[in-house]
Design a protein around this ligand. Structure first.
Ligand code: PAF
Length: 282
């Protein structure tokens, strides 16, 4: 395995690829590697000569100190999981200081309003933190292509916008959500659910699929009401939001317009775990 903790040693490895005009694919993560991450890594390996995965719990994207502290960190386990896929993947696991150089603060970004919707409204400053670290990582790894899961669809759109605005030469590719057989979207947070919770959580995708069926013939407001009433009748969950939004602007819609792509975005709490999912509606 190739495991680097400093920019210099990582660059020494990557230079051999750059010098031969070989392509570098990159998967940024915060660790707690699961099958969803492995899907991104597989895609990168199929399409590039070298694949880099970063494992870095980014302090500037947490609005809550306790969340940051409680975030699962187990590098040995992550290395073993990645190694099960390939021992040619390059792991970059830097310290906070290596990335932030004694200045652990966010840059301020404008993402043309994408940052004010949904997760941005719930978690102020979160997307500045994400943009800051992804920009720094892109500058270090200098990948040709970077892969992000569509489970965090808003994050994916925000990173595309950051790249467009900063002019970084990276292609940002979204990868469809990887689901368990039960339909549950893969997430590090699933580990915090009980066995019963894992069964109950499949409800999220069932509701999203039903919303998608209804979206064909019903207007967005009615579909929204349907989802909200479903959650009211299910005592296991606390619904934080369900929004039907335009994929490009992430603005909520009340009417469908021809030529636009829409998605349903859902956040609900189960056993104290904040679960997030979304579905393409058309
Ligand atoms: O999605 C994540 O795991 C993080 O937000 C990311 C993109 C690695 C930035 O820290």
């Amino acid at each position: 395995m190739f495991i680097y903790t400093t920019k210099t040693t990582l660059e020494r490895h990557l230079k051999a690829f750059r010098d031969q005009n070989k392509t570098i694919g990159f998967v940024p993560t915060m660790g707690a590697i699961h099958h969803g991450h492995l899907t991104l890594l597989e895609k990168s390996m199929r399409n590039n000569d070298c694949t880099v995965v970063s494992i870095f719990v980014n302090p500037t994207q947490f609005n809550n100190a306790e969340d940051l502290e409680k975030y699962p960190r187990d590098l040995d386990r992550d290395v073993t999981t990645i190694e099960s896929l390939s021992n040619q993947i390059v792991i970059f696991a830097p310290s906070v200081n290596e990335i932030y150089e004694n200045n652990t603060v966010s840059e301020s970004f404008s993402y043309d309003g994408l940052e004010f919707e949904m997760e941005g409204a719930q978690r102020p400053g979160h997307f500045d933190g994400v943009g800051t670290v992804v920009k720094k990582l892109f500058e270090i790894v200098r990948p040709n292509v970077a892969y992000f899961g569509e489970k965090d669809f808003q994050q994916l759109q925000i990173i595309k916008k950051m790249v467009e605005k900063t002019g970084l030469d990276v292609e940002v590719v979204g990868v469809p959500i990887h689901r368990e057989h039960s339909g549950l979207a893969m997430s590090s947070r699933n580990e915090r659910l009980s066995i019963q919770g894992l069964k109950d959580a499949t409800y999220l995708y069932r509701v999203l699929e039903e919303a998608k069926k209804r979206f064909v013939s019903e207007n967005p407001v009615k579909v929204q009401q349907f989802v909200e009433s479903e959650f009211k009748n299910n005592p296991n969950f606390e619904l934080e939001y369900f929004t039907i939004a335009d994929e490009a602007t992430l603005k909520p819609i009340v009417e469908k317009e021809a030529g636009h792509k829409y998605r349903g975005f859902l956040v609900a709490h189960l056993e104290g775990v904040r679960l997030i999912d979304n579905i393409s509606l058309n």
